[in-house]
Design a protein around this ligand. Sequence first.
Ligand code: AMP
Length: 281
Amino acid sequence: METITTIPEVREWLDAERRAGRGVGFVPTMGYLHPGHLSLVETAVKENPVAVVSIFVNPLQFAEGEDLGSYPRDLAADSAQCEALGVDYLFVPSVEEMYPSPVATVVKVSSVAAPLEGVARPHHFAGVATVVAKLFSIVGGCRAYFGSKDWQQVCVVRRMVSDLSIPVDVVACPTVREPDGLAMSSRNVYLSAEERAQAPVLRAALDAGLDAISAGETDSAAVEAVMEAVVDRADLASLDYAAAVQADSLVSDGPLHGEVRLLVAARFGRARLIDNDGAVI
Ligand code: AMP
């Protein structure tokens, strides 16, 4: 595995791979890799002759007062795990390499970026879209692997790729969970023992919403009320939103129909956790 820290070097290596006929699979991450990230890496390694992982904690997607400074990092462990899975290139740029001067060009996606996380974290998706656009420009034509755990992020990246004709295939991979249903996340380390014990309530809320839909409920407000009632049972959870929406637009446009997505976000102490699941009506 080659570990690369500069943009020109990544371009050189990957252009040479593509010229030699080897297609590239790319997994962008912020590091502190857990089995959720590693499932994306495994898929990228399996489906592509060349696999690239990036690790970059992107300051642009954190607002003032969020956890940029304390975001967990462990490059040595991340690197060993990538090597063991057969990753070919690990791209670990510094903030100076990515943003040598203050950023004047920002990629702002409207529509799918506006609701849900877009309301809770108004600057977040502009930061995500800008860094992902930049990483796609650096890595070049590839298949890029994202976790469905961040479903709205998948929608935002897909919309950006489509609107800007970026030559990247976006692949959404299933959410990897702890045995009790909690979606794996780098931010789970912020949970106290008591908060950790209550955090699976998010999965339980999604299950209750899915059960309501299976029983024939198509009113999004009714499904949302079912999910809210479940989260309310956890006294350490402060619910941000529980939404039942169309999977592609992330809004509801009358009775739920076709592909539907349920999404929840709640704060447990320092940790703000999100989760989602889908159903077809
Ligand atoms: P992050 O390092 O949090 O930016 O995540 C990097 C990628 O890993 C994103 O595409 C996430 O959606 C994905 N990811 C994070 N947690 C999980 C999980 N539990 N299961 C599957 N993918 C995940």
